[in-house]
Write a protein that binds this ligand. Structure first.
Ligand code: IPD
Ligand code: CA
Ligand code: CA
Length: 256
């Protein structure tokens, strides 16, 4: 069963985050001095990869630190072993593990686990979305002026259109509350369970959002690119919402 393997892997990885956050882990830099990876990211990834490869040696894998496996075929696992590494490196417990399973190019199952809150989000295509086994739904808010929003900023952004700070400023100037938590996977799940009404981000990767995107859709929400077209994993721009404020959110992101 894919679900059993996925849940076993994500819970084992979550335990590694829980134990690791109190330790003296090593930190290294990636694209910029603030784009970090820790020993714990790699430990978490190793456990997930071992469990998936043991059970499904023929499946393809895309995992943030290890990259892409050479397999091709029907199934692909998309893994972020620690989403929110900058938070984790500063011992801020807003971090998660994200694992999705894709079949023929479509995400069919996904889970996001925040071990610090013991919150496990899970969705399977067509079967609804769940938080710790209880069904969840997006919020009912239909007024963007009264919405509670969340976003994330890229590690670096230089002179490109639709500046993330302009979009952020657009809402802040109108008094619309916007949060920036530092884990895209958690942002999406918190839209799915109705804590937030909408989320957007200018530069994300498939591993950040593959699981969370399915969880939002299965909770009744919408997930698109900045043009309002259905989100595809190849796109780096994403807007997710409860659906009711989606059009207004797309318009705001486009025009800010
Ligand atoms: C990051 C987080 C963050 C988002 C960045 C991501 P990482 O992932 O999801 O919230 O703003 O775009 O890269 O590097 O912590 O796995
Ligand atoms: Ca990530
Ligand atoms: Ca990561």
């Amino acid at each position: 069963m894919y679900k059993a393997v996925l849940l076993d892997a994500i819970q084992a990885a979550g335990r590694i985050l829980l134990e690791g956050i109190g330790e003296n882990f090593q930190i290294s830099h990636k694209s910029t001095v603030n784009d970090l990876v820790t020993e714990v990211d790699k430990r978490s990834e190793a456990v997930i990869l071992e469990k998936i490869r043991n059970r499904y040696p023929d499946h393809a894998i895309l995992s943030e630190e290890a990259g892409s496996s050479e397999h091709s075929g029907t199934f692909r696992w998309i893994i972020d072993p620690l989403d929110g590494t900058v938070n984790f490196a500063h011992r801020l417990p807003i971090c998660s593990v994200s694992i999705a399973l894709e079949k023929e190019g479509e995400v069919i199952m996904g889970a996001v686990y925040n071990p610090f809150l013991n919150e496990l989000f899970f969705a399977e295509k067509g079967q609804g979305a769940y938080l710790n086994d209880k069904p969840i739904q997006v919020s009912a808010q239909d007024q963007i002026r009264q919405a509670f929003l969340v976003t994330g900023f890229p590690y670096q952004w230089r002179d490109m259109p639709h500046d993330p700070v302009q979009v952020f400023g657009y809402f802040i100037k109108q008094g619309v509350p916007v949060r920036r938590l530092g884990s895209a996977a958690i942002d999406l799940c918190w839209v799915a369970c109705g804590r937030f009404d909408g989320y957007w981000e200018h530069h994300i990767h498939a591993w950040d959002v593959a699981a969370g995107g399915l969880i939002v859709r299965e909770a009744g929400g919408s997930v698109t690119d900045f043009e309002g077209q259905p989100y595809r994993l190849a796109s780096s721009k994403l807007i997710a919402s409860n659906g009711r404020i989606h059009e207004a959110l797309v318009r705001a992101v486009q025009t800010a």
